[in-house]
Write a protein that binds this ligand. Sequence first.
Ligand code: MN3
Length: 184
Amino acid sequence: MQIHHDKHHGTYVQNLNDALSGNERLLNMPIDELVKNLAMVPEAMRTKVRNNGGGHANHTLFWQLMSPTKSEPAGKLITAINNDFGSLLSFQEAFAKAGLGRFGSGWVWLVVDPSTSSGQKLTIVDTPNQDTPLMEHKTPILGLDVWEHAYYLKYQNKRADYIKAWWNVVNWDEVARRFSQAVQ
Ligand code: MN3
């Protein structure tokens, strides 16, 4: 995780700053706003901003979603998970399946999808590369990096073991906080 944070995430930040160099307006945008508004980015640098800006946004969220303190989903969040997936276990199985099914590099997410009838439904989506659900105007409240760089040092090719172990460090209080914010 330390290498992942310092080297991989650090490189996305460096590359994003390089890409936006001289463009004060884009440099000053909050990262989530930048990736939601890629159409504003000049075409010549858009792919670089998409990849590295997405990398920065995704990892910034990822670190906040983990904690050494064990927690459980509670309150309105667990009610929503039970309503939308049947149970916590069913949700975790579907999330792991999406994470295993993501071919190559990418992420798996729990999102609040405003396009659903209630505007608050929880769904699981996966994205390629460093794309984020924010680009589709969905709000990620939980996300797991399934790039090989995220797990290869400890789990080698065993992505399923990495996903299973990751549940032990999910910071459910932070997920609940993000859920409340997304549905208010
Ligand atoms: Mn990563």
